[in-house]
Ligand binder design. Structure first.
Ligand SMILES: CC(=O)SCCNC(=O)CCNC(=O)[C@H](O)C(C)(C)COP(=O)(O)OP(=O)(O)OC[C@H]1O[C@@H](n2cnc3c(N)ncnc32)[C@H](O)[C@@H]1OP(=O)(O)O
Ligand SMILES: O=CC(=O)O
Ligand SMILES: [Mg+2]
Length: 568
């Protein structure tokens, strides 16, 4: 097998930047120099990323233009649906490449940001898979992204360790670890610290490119039983975006000299348009697919975003949009049928509950909610599920194992032919429930606290005993925006209260006071709550809805060298 260093056609004469990174022609690094990061940002690795960027940038731009056009259509009253032009793909009998033996059994997958201690804990957690996240759970600061790449390289090599000085505790890998999947950012996010031909690189090509370049060989030997690497792909809206990924994989495989179909990816179905494209997405990736996943939180966010100009389709309070709502149940059922028909995994999603340390009764109630959610998933036919925290793994494992026994998955046993009748109306049905002042308050309190954490480099946080990350925070933001836009009447202790900018201003003030009480004066002062509040308020009251909270707020965490070292 060839190593990357032998690809003479892809290596140009390098050039040192002022701070020491050795970059190929046309590549500029604007992030802080660190000798550890330089292990990742080698000239050959950057050349690989630049090659990907140059080959695919126009395809990506076109796909993003198509998203804009679709948004315009939805804003003018259209609704998403199945594409008549690809009916033959949906109707025909075909299957994806066989599931790699290394990941046939994925009954419990733990997820978490690419933070050093968490990576070790997750790999040791007893879950079958660990999804290392550059996406919803990570604030994409230069420091987080680059140290994440360093951490993953050490993890794949099996050499990762960590010393928690405060607790004088040493961390290293167990003999048996979870299989690693990596989730790069979505297509829409730029990487402003790496310029290629004068333009910011595409975030996901940086995440994928650097990870693949440094790890494909060791991963295949240590983790993938000759196959891999394995990935999760987020936030796609159309099969043309999956086609780009497929072409990226083929190019990477060719350059590495590994067999076509080695790289395998699970696509998150977490946008409303994508639920009508599941067969098409699997078809594009049929040689590289290892299933689909129900990314429920982004899916709810996407429902609001897609119908931002449809006041007849307003959502109830966030807490009421659960998996029992008809549109959510229909989406999961159709995903399971689609995946099993195409011989790949149908993965479940994330319950938001996390262990509650200081209250045994509340903890048991939280575990019971997780148990119910997992039971619903396994009975519906899912092949595995997500856990946000190691403390949830025994519960998730027990439910799936009780139901599936020794079978690694349900691909052959739960075909869900009954779900063939699911219609566009089922998938779009408006969720039922009330909209309340408490809903507006909670959205505001959670949105601001999440953004404050994100601005200081933390992308997933516990808030009010639930996991919050970029996807859950998005629901809070877009829901507030939509309720303000349409002056929705909320239930406030039995009285109808119309949402106006004035009312929202008062809610923001009161919730900021409550946050200060809850976190304490010192943390409130030193944290980024005021900056977060400004950004969140502006996002909720903007005349046009921002596409993504993280895209809008990204400039606040970009820190170009040599103006100063990164602040995160
Ligand atoms: C919508 C979606 O995209 S879901 C997927 C993206 N979201 C995520 O991945 C969220 C992942 N989970 C987390 O980030 C965390 O569990 C949180 C933020 C929700 C809660 O964090 P905390 O309250 O700090 O957890 P807590 O203090 O209970 O942690 C206890 C121990 O478990 C570890 N731990 C907690 N969550 C994880 C995890 N997901 N992976 C690995 N280790 C973890 C902690 O590192 C800590 O280890 P230690 O005892 O060795 O110090
Ligand atoms: O990525 C997962 C989701 O629920 O969003
Ligand atoms: Mg998501």
């Amino acid at each position: 097998m060839l190593g990357f260093g032998t690809f003479s056609h892809s290596i140009s004469a390098g050039r040192k930047t002022g701070m020491g990174y050795d970059v190929p022609e046309g590549v500029d690094i604007r992030g802080r120099y660190d000798p550890e990061f330089a292990r990742i940002l080698t000239r050959d690795a950057l050349q690989f990323v630049a090659d990907l960027q140059r080959e695919f940038r126009n395809h990506i731009k076109y796909a993003m233009e198509c998203r804009k056009e679709a948004k315009m259509r939805y804003n003018n009253g259209a609704v998403p649906g199945f594409d008549p032009a690809t009916k033959s793909v949906r109707d025909a009998e075909w299957a994806c490449a066989p599931v790699p033996p290394a990941v046939a059994d994925r009954r419990v997958e733990i997820t978490g940001p690419v933070e050093r201690k968490m990576i070790i804990n997750a790999l040791n957690s007893g879950a079958k898979v660990f999804m290392a996240d550059f996406e919803d759970a990570l604030s994409p600061s230069w420091e987080n992204l680059m140290s994440g790449q360093v951490n993953l390289k050490d993890a794949v090599n099996g050499t990762i360790s960590f010393h928690d000085q405060a607790r004088n505790r040493a961390y290293k890998l167990n003999e048996h670890t979870a299989k690693l999947f990596v989730r790069p950012r979505g297509w829409h996010l730029p990487e402003d610290h790496i310029l290629i031909d004068g333009e910011p690189a595409t975030g996901c090509l940086v995440d994928f490119g650097l990870y693949f370049f440094h790890n494909y060989a060791a991963f295949r030997q240590n983790q993938g039983e000759g196959c891999g690497p394995f990935l999760y792909l987020p936030k796609m809206e159309h099969s043309r975006e999956a086609r780009i990924w497929n072409n990226v994989f083929e190019k990477a495989e060719k350059m590495a000299g590994i067999q076509r179909g080695s790289i395998r990816a699970t696509v998150l179905i977490e946008t409303l348009p994508a639920v009508f494209q599941m067969d098409e997405i699997l078809y594009e990736l049929r040689d590289h697919s290892v299933g689909l996943n129900c990314g429920r939180w982004d899916y709810i966010f996407s429902y609001v975003k897609t119908f931002q100009a449809h006041p007849d389709r307003l959502l109830p309070d966030r807490v009421l949009v659960g998996m029992a709502q008809h549109f959510m149940k229909s989406y999961c059922d159709l995903l399971i049928r689609t995946c099993h028909r195409r011989s790949v995994h149908a993965m479940g999603g994330m319950a938001a509950q996390i262990p509650i340390r200081d209250d045994p009764a509340a903890n048991e109630a939280a575990l019971e909610l997780v148990r119910k959610d997992k039971l619903r998933e396994v009975k519906a036919g899912h092949d595995g599920t997500w856990a946000a925290h190691p403390g949830l793994i025994p519960t998730c494992m027990e439910v799936f194992t009780n139901y599936m026994g020794n079978s690694p998955n349900q691909i052959e046993t739960m075909k869900r032919g009954d779900a063939a009748v699911i219609t566009e109306e089922d998938l779009l049905q408006i969720p039922r429930g009330v909209r309340t002042m408490e809903g507006l308050r909670l959205n505001t309190r959670v949105g601001i606290q999440y953004l404050a954490a994100w601005l200081t480099g933390t992308g997933s946080v516990p808030l009010y005993n639930l996991m919050e990350d970029a996807a859950t925070a998005e629901i809070s933001r877009v829901q507030n925006w939509q309720w303000l836009k349409y002056g929705v009447e909320l239930d406030g202790d039995g009285l109808g209260v119309k949402v106006t900018v004035d009312l929202f201003g008062r809610v923001v003030e009161e919730e900021m006071a409550r946050i200060e009480r809850e976190v304490g004066k010192d943390k409130f002062k030193t944290g980024k709550y005021k900056e977060a509040c400004r950004i969140f308020t502006q996002q909720c009251t903007a005349p046009a809805l921002d596409d993504f909270l993280t895209l809008n707020a990204y400039s606040h965490i970009v820190m170009h060298h040599p103006d100063g070292s990164s602040r995160l």
